[in-house]
Write a protein that binds this ligand. Structure first.
Ligand SMILES: *Cc1c(COP(=O)(O)O)cnc(C)c1O
Ligand code: SF4
Length: 323
């Protein structure tokens, strides 16, 4: 067994690993009382813990990872399926909401558990053979030209299963674009690297787009830079989506720093999402007026190509909705 572990699932062990330097920063998070509440359990990778240790502003990262009592509050309008995933499910693992593109729930697992996750209450199903199911579905949906691998985090699949899934998609000439939505470049860069041979081959078959999920500049380090550089070298288009989160990135300064650092690693900001109203996340909410003025401010400070689109997902709509 590796020591120290690569993934923490006990808050007490995680805090011990962070050490006494961070005691002040972690003191405001309740620990033991949530340790044994199973609904959306704590999980943090060692890599992310190391980012917290190095962070200029550890609280912005801790807040994304450490459960608090606020999650247990019932707030009106915060529900289990905030973006209408279930009504848009086409099979056990295919969700289609928009024309021409379909999203695959590739796996239930992630590199960390983000407290604000919109799928924190999603009823992930055991799927015996995702590759076959996707293959069959694409047979009868030849209008779909872009397949988006999501989850969970698709790069959490073992290399064999990941290859099976991608090869099943590659059999369909109608699919010309493959997109991966992942947080692993900043939470488990080691696991991205284990797929590298395949990731390097894929641009010969598809237009390849990787949309990373990075919310704060302190999440980007030399390891994410290496992952992104290799993907770019292989021919991937690199975009990033962030969620606007109170106490994490809700300032002009934090957002401009994030956008510039993403670009320094070869990644363009794509979306800045208004929070999806999943139950347990209300304390991360930034109101629309504040969100709009933040975007107006960063537009004055950055070139247009580094300003993300401020959007929200509304269940039943045919695209993301500009805020
Ligand atoms: C967000 C989302 C997409 C991607 O939307 P884009 O605007 O193309 O990035 C596709 N399918 C589903 C189900 C989504 O939730
Ligand atoms: S990586 Fe994405 S899917 Fe996984 S917990 Fe975080 S926000 Fe949710």
């Amino acid at each position: 067994m590796e020591n120290p572990r690569t993934v923490f699932t006990q808050i007490s062990e995680f805090l011990e690993y962070l050490g006494s330097d961070l005691a002040d920063a972690t003191a405001k998070f309740s620990k033991a009382e949530l340790d044994d509440k199973p609904k959306f359990p704590f999980q943090c990778s060692r890599h992310y813990a190391d980012l917290i240790k190095k962070a200029a502003n550890p609280t912005a990262l801790l807040r994304q990872i450490l459960p608090t009592k606020e999650e247990l509050k019932n707030i009106d309008g915060f529900v289990d399926d905030p973006v209408g995933d279930l009504p848009a499910s086409k099979s056990d693992c295919v969700i289609q909401k928009y024309d021409g593109r379909a999203l695959i729930v590739s796996t239930a697992t992630c590199g960390v558990r983000c407290r604000f996750c919109f799928r924190r209450n999603y009823p992930f199903r055991e799927i015996p053979n995702t590759a076959r199911e996707v293959d069959n579905w694409l047979d009868t949906h030849t209008d779909v030209w872009e397949v988006i691998l999501s989850g969970g985090d698709p790069l959490m699949l073992g290399p064999g299963k990941f290859r099976d899934l991608v090869e099943a998609i590659a059999k369909h000439p109608s699919v010309t674009t493959l997109r991966i939505h992942t947080r692993l470049p900043v939470v488990r860069p080691d696991l991205v690297m284990q797929h590298f041979e395949l990731l390097h081959e894929l641009p010969a078959r598809f237009n390849c787009v990787l949309v990373s999920h990075v919310n704060h500049s302190d999440e980007l380090d030399s390891e994410s830079a290496t992952v992104f550089a290799q993907l770019r070298f292989s021919g991937w288009t690199l975009l990033n989506q962030s969620v606007l989160l109170k106490g994490v990135n809700d300032s002009t300064d934090k957002l401009t720093t994030l956008c510039r650092k993403l670009f320094s690693q070869g990644v363009l900001p794509y979306y800045l999402h208004q929070l999806d109203h999943a139950s347990g996340v209300a304390h991360f909410e930034v109101d629309d007026n504040t969100a709009r003025s933040l975007i107006d401010e960063i537009r004055k400070q950055l070139p247009g190509y580094l300003v993300p689109k401020l959007v929200r997902e509304i269940a039943g709509e045919k695209s993301k909705t500009p805020v």
